[in-house]
Design a protein around this ligand. Structure first.
Ligand code: 3H9
Length: 697
């Protein structure tokens, strides 16, 4: 008979085994009722003389995926997770955690406090708290090192990765990996435990295995480099060190204190904001959550250039066959070679087997003809950024595609409405704006036209997730959201050079803020010819000052194409290490002279404010126009697209932390200094400040 102990936890007897089932969709997070239910389940086990052991199993898609993130914002209500863990740990009969899906954070802590853990093949375990700017707070840092060793535990806790059940078994975290029916396997396993004398195995009773102390310091240095700016990974090293030197009860108390302190830190607030924002971005404004995406089993990509190749490999990676359409056999052959090279690199690094590479390459069909794509479900065109060329492709596609096939454009700035309007079936047209390199970059700006069918929008979103991207739906707007905002930062970075700053100063300020690379080092990496071409495409729509701010063209004329020519904004040595180049000072001074600017000393504060607030101001206009549905979508775009530090939560979240009145005051100041047309506060900012609100209320 099943007995409900709490809204989300029930128990039922199977012979002499009590089976506790957690059912708290969507991910069985440790909400209040799960915590109370688990404590009640242990009590039920203890008070039932006929029950010799207990299994904890979860309904739905996963084992407990952690503490309930939604409860983090409110005062916690007892029983806290620590009490649940203590109760499990103190149980006098063995408890077996039966893991499927993902046992994460508090979920793994629950499992670690049990005597035994069995896991379904394909399931994963991890302590991902660091990704939310916190650290395990209920014994994870104390128990994991005792099972898996200090080095392994540190790696998992400081980076927050997940490992497979098999890997976890090898490392001593999981006792058995099973396939088939997990509950049945767990009951059989528990039966054996009982037959063997129902031995308890408290992880907290185990000693910390011996380890090399130097490893901790080496990890600290490596983490500081890899996670520059992030606080929690370094605190993880201190915490693990403490655990190795402190008795269990004291270590658990110190761990909880650390977790609580981190929870109220600005970094954790920002990281939790991004976690929620990425999930919110999957909800398409105005499209019912019940709208079903279309099935995408086969795709075609038109245009075998840099973008087309990268996009093709994204689909091949997830086993979707790709027909790649090009103009010439030579162009296609070179694309196939380039895609092969991407995989060869992965094979060399050991992240891909050569069999898998062959499987992926076999899914690729290069062709110069549109004839063979009548059965594809989706076409992405990635041809030249020219409206006429794209319309021609659309007409060819209209002639051969099924009526329900989707046509997506990878345009980065052309008018989506005009493109959709040129199709015989505008409802099937949408944008899928991948970023270069498409096989690497996480951000996918999906674009909606007024005519796009709801299920087409649902399909591009679902597909983005399937491809392992972070998809965000945006609307009509030149440059959409990411590049439109970037163009304002680029403009200010250029103007700052005219005003007297150096490339090094601007890059230093922005990297100190947290961007992985400054705009000038990035331009050198991309190539000045590419930057000049991008500028040429937009120059007609630029202000006079921007048109005349042609530093990029001057660099190209001087043969300074960036890293590839050994010099751009910087000069590069044979190891591609950049240094300041007095020749660039001269070039800039000549430019200023010609344009009538006198160099002045520019403060770091001015650089940061002009670069960031120009973007925030543009974002406010984008929001008002409805080209982005919510400020959080913009934060997702910038953290995933251009390396805006996640621990600052994205530009909109950051602006709210600074305070919109302060942002507006700075905009007013720069409107006076640089020009009204560049810094006049957006109407939305004016409104929010007048109402005493921020972007987030
Ligand atoms: C912790 O445990 C701290 C403790 O050590 C100590 C405390 C003292 N809570 O990602 P999805 C929701 S910290 C509440 O799209 P997937 C999510 O918002 C926690 N809700 O699915 C979404 O809702 P909606 C450590 C959660 O299949 C829905 O579930 N744990 C939580 O792609 C589906 O999510 C973590 O950090 C949660 N913990 O991936 C795990 N997690 O549909 C974080 C998710 O309304 N979670 N939701 O937008 C994940 O990594 C993924 O969600 C997971 C599923 C892999 C579980």
């Amino acid at each position: 008979m099943t007995e409900l102990l709490a809204r989300t936890v029930s128990v039922a007897k199977q012979g002499n085994i009590l089976v506790a089932t957690v059912d708290n969709p969507p991910v069985n997070a440790l909400s209040h009722s799960v915590r109370s239910g688990l404590i009640a389940a242990v009590k039920a086990l203890e008070s039932d003389a006929e029950a010799h052991a207990m299994v904890i199993v979860c309904d739905g898609r996963t084992f407990i995926a952690g503490a309930d993130i939604h409860e983090f914002k409110k005062p916690m209500v007892a029983p806290l997770l620590g009490e649940v863990i203590d109760t499990l740990d103190a149980a006098t009969k063995p408890i077996v955690a039966a893991i499927h899906g993902t046992a994460l954070g508090g979920g793994l802590e629950v499992a670690l406090a049990c005597s035994y853990r069995i896991a379904l093949e394909g399931s994963k375990v991890g302590l991902p708290e660091v990704k939310l700017g916190i650290l395990p707070g209920s014994g994870g840092t104390v128990r994991l090192p005792r099972l898996a060793g200090v080095e392994q535990a540190l790696a998992m806790i400081s980076e927050g990765g997940q490992i497979s059940a098999r890997d976890a078994q090898e490392k001593g975290i999981v006792d058995e990996v099973v396939s088939g029916d997990l509950k049945e396997a767990a009951i059989a396993f528990t039966g054996k435990v009982i037959a063997d004398g129902a031995r308890l195995r408290r992880t907290s009773d185990l000693p910390v295995p011996a380890f090399d102390a130097a490893v901790l310091e080496m990890s600290r240095a490596a983490l500081a480099k890899k996670y520059k700016g992030f606080k929690a990974p370094l605190v993880a090293v201190d915490l693990i060190k403490m655990v190795t030197e402190t008795p269990v009860a004291e270590a658990i108390a110190l761990e909880y204190k650390t977790c609580k302190e981190l929870l109220v830190s600005p970094q954790s607030k920002a990281l939790r904001h991004i976690f929620a924002a990425e999930r919110e971005a999957l909800k398409i404004d105005g499209v019912d959550a019940g709208v079903k995406p279309r099935d995408v089993k086969k795709v075609a990509i038109v245009g075998p250039g840099t973008m087309g190749r990268g996009i093709a490999s994204c689909f091949l990676n997830i086993g979707i066959p790709v027909t790649l359409i090009g103009l010439t056999d030579e162009g296609l052959a070179s694309a196939v070679r380039a895609i092969g090279k991407i995989y060869e690199g992965s094979v060399k690094r050991g992240s891909l087997s050569s069999e898998e590479m062959e499987r992926r390459m076999a899914l690729l069909t290069p062709t110069t003809s549109y004839d063979g794509i009548a059965d594809v479900d989706l076409v992405i065109e990635a041809v030249t950024e020219d409206m006429a060329v794209k319309k021609d492709v659309f007409a060819k596609l209209d002639a051969v595609l099924r009526n329900d096939a989707i046509v997506a454009t990878n345009t980065s700035f052309l008018d989506i409405e005009e493109l959709a309007g040129s199709s015989r079936n505008p409802a099937r047209v949408a944008g899928m704006h991948f970023f270069n390199p498409a096989n690497v970059m996480k951000l996918l700006e999906n674009v909606r036209a007024a005519s796009t069918a709801a299920d087409v929008l649902a399909t591009t979103t679902a597909l983005g997730k399937r491809l392992g991207k972070v998809p965000v739906m945006v609307g009509r707007s030149e440059g959409f959201v990411a590049n439109r905002m970037l163009s304002k930062r680029t403009r200010e970075a250029q103007f700052l050079l005219e005003d007297g700053a150096t490339p090094l100063q601007v890059d230093r300020v922005l990297t100190a803020f947290g961007f992985p690379i400054g705009p000038f080092a990035l331009a050198d990496l991309a190539g000045m010819d590419i930057m000049a071409a991008a500028r040429a495409a937009r120059v007609a729509r630029m202000s006079l000052r921007e048109q005349q701010c042609n530093i990029v063209d001057r660099l190209v004329a001087a043969g300074r194409l960036g890293q590839k020519s050994g010099a751009g904004y910087y000069v590069y040595d044979e190891n591609r290490k950049a240094s300041h180049d007095p020749a660039v000072d001269e070039l800039l001074e000549a430019h200023r002279k010609e344009r009538g600017f006198t160099a002045r000393t520019i403060s770091d504060e001015e650089i940061l404010e002009r670069c960031l607030f120009a973007m925030v101001n543009e974002a406010a206009k984008i929001l008002d126009e409805g080209a982005a549905a919510r400020p959080s979508d913009i934060d997702v775009i910038w953290t995933n697209g251009f390396g805006f530090p996640t621990y600052l939560g994205g530009p909109m979240f950051y602006a709210d932390q600074v305070g919109l009145p302060k942002v507006k005051a700075a905009l007013d100041k720069y409107a006076g200094l640089v020009g009204d047309q560049y810094f006049k506060p957006a109407a939305l900012i004016e409104r929010l400040v007048a109402e005493g609100k921020g972007f987030y209320g």
